[in-house]
Design a protein around this ligand. Structure first.
Ligand code: HEM
Length: 443
């Protein structure tokens, strides 16, 4: 038996017009598990039940795989075979040798650099002409890109930073507009694809250059190696180092997976705080109480409970990754429902995070709910996914977001630019459709 769903196939075009609206209408009409066919006959299941999300995400790869999902085919041309887009034994080996990159003490050594970069952003914002809006979404993407590059490659991009940032933007834009091979015959898609290829070449060149430079200079042994240092030191059981290609794919994956998402979590946090000044004031009081006049540090983060709650509540309302998909390897069953082999199973944090049975006042911004609950059920709150493919950068992202938010909220007020309407747009990540222009002022 299949779960309920529309009797007619649903076209990709229909979903693309309003993906979140589509998810919500399916949930409202058919319940927490529904199914439809695409115009190409692909069967799709939409899941907003935490129990079924748990079953899918905890299932071994032999049962539900990322291989062959739309995300996988869209990202593989860019990322190659890094941790995000690899499968089977290759993925298992990669997860094992990349894990030490994200050990807590290693990640925490970047706290000072992150805080300084956030303070630099405040200095930049407050020196600008107040009559012009500040695109906080752009600037936060620049900040998180710089942070992840510093952590991975151990240094600043310096002069090449701007070209690198532009190329990353171009690649993101092309990837966000979907798989170029879907509709190869329109001029727009061809132009997008051409700029994607050029931008990818630029990023490739810079990443290879940085890896070569690092090989030449060696790892700085004054402290823990940066994240690339971990990769350079890795040896397979047969004693082999990673190839240039493997290093490139891994660095590219971490850079791309590690900045856009965190930038979105911060952008939505600032938006929600701008709409709730009394909560912004609570965050400032907390930061002042815990940190005094000194810059926030990693050691103080556990005490900044309200700051952390704001980030969690922003990711609940606007999960940067709004859908997580898997493919059924063989015929399967979820609850009482049949799932034929090759079906696409989409777990939606967007829907789960807004289920009224799970979250009282689901559409309201109430960060205190995260102060009151010790730790929410991992499949009721799943901004970082779950199961074996849980986000490897979770600890890094939370530390970064908390340090940045604490630094920004203490020193400046945020006001949405008058007349600007904010609507979420679901591309690869969940972004504000027309950006996030703001007025930023010292209090
Ligand atoms: C707020 C920020 C972030 C969010 C919301 C986020 C979200 C996610 C989600 C939902 C997944 C699972 C996807 C799936 O199961 O299909 C994932 C995987 C992943 N994330 Fe993150 N992420 C964030 C930050 C980061 C950072 C900072 C890094 C690295 C520096 C990173 C690297 C990765 C990688 C490599 C994977 C693939 C893991 C695997 O398949 O084993 N992410 N992320």
């Amino acid at each position: 038996m299949f779960p309920p769903g529309p009797s007619q196939p649903v076209t990709a075009e229909h979903i693309r017009l309003d993906p979140l609206g589509f998810l919500e209408s399916q949930r409202a009409e058919f319940g927490p598990v529904s199914t439809h066919l695409t115009e190409h006959g692909q069967r799709v299941f939409l899941i907003s039940s935490p129990d079924i999300a748990r079953e899918v995400l905890l299932a071994p790869e032999e049962r539900y795989t990322k291989q062959g999902t739309p995300d996988d085919s869209m990202l593989t041309p860019l990322l190659g075979e890094g941790l995000l887009t690899s499968h089977g034994d290759s993925w298992r080996a990669q997860r094992e040798y990349t894990n030490p990159m994200f050990q807590r003490r290693r990640v925490e050594q970047f706290g000072g650099a992150i805080q300084r970069q956030a303070a630099q952003l405040v200095a930049d914002w407050t020196s600008r002409d107040e009559t012009q809006p500040i695109r906080v979404d752009h600037d936060l993407t620049g900040l998180t890109l710089q942070v992840v590059v510093t952590a991975i490659l151990g240094g600043e991009l310096g002069d090449i930073g701007e070209g690198f940032g532009r190329a990353v933007d171009a690649v993101n834009a092309a990837v966000s507009h979907g798989d170029p091979r879907d509709t190869p015959d329109t001029d727009v898609v061809r132009a997008d694809f051409a700029s994607f290829v050029t931008a990818r070449q630029t990023i490739d060149r810079i990443v290879r250059l940085l890896i070569r430079a690092r090989r030449f200079v060696g790892t700085d042994d004054s402290g823990l190696p940066d994240l690339l240092g971990v990769l350079l030191e890795h040896r397979t059981p047969a004693g082999e180092a990673l190839s240039d290609r493997e290093l490139r794919d891994q660095v590219m994956t971490m850079v791309m997976a590690g900045h856009e998402t965190t930038a979105k979590a911060l952008t939505w946090s600032l938006y929600l705080l701008s709409q709730h000044p009394s909560i912004a004031a609570d965050v400032r009081i907390e930061v002042n109480r815990v940190c005094g006049d000194s810059p926030p540090t990693v050691a103080q983060l556990p005490e900044l409970a309200m700051t952390r709650a704001v980030i969690n509540e922003a990711m609940r309302l606007y999960p940067p990754i709004w859908v997580i998909s898997r493919r059924a390897v063989s015929d399967d069953q979820l609850s009482d429902f049949d799932v034929p082999a090759d079906s696409l199973v989409c777990v939606s944090p967007w829907l789960i995070h807004r289920e009224a049975d799970l979250w009282p006042d689901p559409t309201e911004f109430k960060p205190r709910r995260f102060v009151d609950i010790e730790s929410p059920d991992p499949f009721t709150f799943l901004p970082f996914g779950g199961g074996p493919r849980l986000c490897i950068g979770r600890g890094f992202a939370l530390m970064e977001a908390q340090l940045v938010l604490a630094t920004l909220c203490r020193d400046v007020d945020f006001e949405l630019w008058p007349g600007h309407e904010v609507l979420p747009e679901a591309l690869v990540t969940l972004k504000p459709a027309e950006g996030m222009p703001m007025r930023v002022r010292r209090p």
